[in-house]
Design a protein around this ligand. Structure first.
Ligand code: PLP
Ligand code: 3DJ
Length: 395
């Protein structure tokens, strides 16, 4: 069977095939959902209603009558099953960077003062590293950057908290969340997980693995839109000890009491700060409708099948040695993207985009292809590899 035929067969057998119709797509092969997810078809209509009716006509009444005020917790509970969390532990709002700050300072404040180190993975997305440095300065600690392969043994009696990326944004490597969480706990430390590249792409199992705190964005695999608000998870039994470094009035026990004295709310709302960005918040809520009746396990199965098939096509179509995959082959170590090291990667990506295959380029030499199982097909994967081979053969 040739590869286009194989793609056709795989698409026919795909249990998520019908989901593609829930998105606004064209004939572009869109493999950049790990940076900005595609637009779910339900969003424009819902936004028109939010703007015209809820804002335009109900105005201030919408904070209560349209459920605006409680949307951060409500939408947190909608995300919760996708990351394996029971209700009441996730709040939506602010950017990922801000939530990394809240979570990491919050974790460091829970640790004994004698523990003077904050461990980060050395390949972290930059914002996490920058914020860890600031969190360390604020809490009287120092940052220790550790190669992900050595994290397990890096946790010790000096570790206050760790900040680890679940999936590496560049290589697509999936880190061992259960094992590293257990290792940190054995050393008496707390871990904050950054789920930006795993939420909506694979099962995370926050509660099952005893994760302490986690953050993630919603504009990648959750398709919430550009700059859609991020989420913060604080495990239920840690919530009473969570001392937010940004205790804005929205996290007060009685916000409308307008008291000069701060008293933290119980539960997930303790992670709130100020007035939520309602338009983005409600766009995200509408976007999450595509998840109705979608088991995250089915998404994971398709994601692995897509990345396997794309790698098979790349191997078949490209001259040996022209690109090198830096994404791990074992499924247990792979997120939902394929990263190919390639000479002139920036120009190659420009040429791919010009031919209707959209991935992205990460300096100095990486072509990144994100596979969003809800709307990417096996035919897309085959076409992307074929066009990549054409582009490379003309150079
Ligand atoms: C792992 C990771 N953390 C954080 C961010 C970004 O944070 P923010 O949403 O604050 O821009 C990204 C992507 O932009 C990311 O890939
Ligand atoms: N958040 C982004 C943005 O505002 C503009 C462009 C790209 C992004 C991204 O999300 C980048 C992404 N986190 C990455 O993994 O490279």
């Amino acid at each position: 069977m040739n590869l286009p035929e194989k793609a056709r067969k795989l698409d026919e057998a795909d249990v998520l095939r019908a989901k593609r119709a829930d998105f606004v797509l064209d004939d572009t092969v869109y493999l950049d959902g790990n940076s900005l997810g595609a637009l779910p078809a339900a969003v424009p209509g819902r936004m028109a209603d939010v703007v015209a009716r809820e804002w335009g006509r109900l105005r201030i009444r919408s904070w209560t009558e349209s459920g605006w005020w409680t949307s951060p917790e409500r939408i947190g509970d909608r995300i919760a099953p996708l990351v394996g969390a029971a209700p009441g532990q996730i709040v939506v709002g602010d950017s990922t960077s801000v939530n990394v700050f809240k979570a990491l300072v919050g974790a460091a404040r829970m640790a004994h003062a004698e523990r003077d180190e904050i461990v980060v993975d050395a390949t972290t997305f930059p914002t996490d590293g920058y914020i860890a440095e600031s969190a360390a300065r604020m809490t009287g600690r120092r940052v220790v950057a550790v190669d992900p392969s050595e994290l397990r043994t890096a946790f010790g009696p000096r570790t206050a908290a760790a900040l680890v990326n679940h999936v590496d944004y560049r290589s697509g490597r999936l880190h061992d969340l259960p094992g590293l969480t257990a290792a940190a706990h054995a050393a008496g430390a707390l871990v904050v997980w950054d789920l930006c590249h795993s939420a909506g792409a694979l099962p995370v199992g926050l509660d099952a693995h005893g994760v302490d705190l986690a953050v993630g964005c919603t504009y990648k695999y959750l398709n919430g839109g550009p700059g859609s608000p991020a989420f913060l998870y604080v495990r239920e039994d840690l919530q009473p000890r969570f001392d937010s470094p940004l205790p804005g009035w929205n996290s007060h026990r009685d916000p409308f009491g307008m008291s000069p004295r701060y008293e933290a709310a119980d539960g997930a709302p303790r992670g709130r700060v100020g007035t939520p960005d309602i338009l983005s918040m409600l766009a995200l809520e509408a976007a999450l409708e595509v998840w109705d009746e979608v088991p995250i396990e089915a998404v994971r199965d398709k994601s692995l099948a897509l990345t396997d098939f794309f790698l098979e096509c790349v191997t078949a179509y490209l001259p040996a040695g022209r690109v090198e995959s830096i994404t791990p082959v074992p499924h247990a170590e792979r997120g939902s993207q394929v990263a190919l090291r390639c000479a002139d990667a920036g120009e190659v990506m420009d040429a791919l985009i010009a031919r209707g295959v959209v991935g992205d380029y990460r300096r100095p030499d990486v072509l990144r292809f994100g596979f969003t199982p809800l709307y990417v097909s096996f035919a897309d994967a085959e076409r992307a590899a074929r066009v990549l081979a054409e582009v490379i053969s003309t150079r």
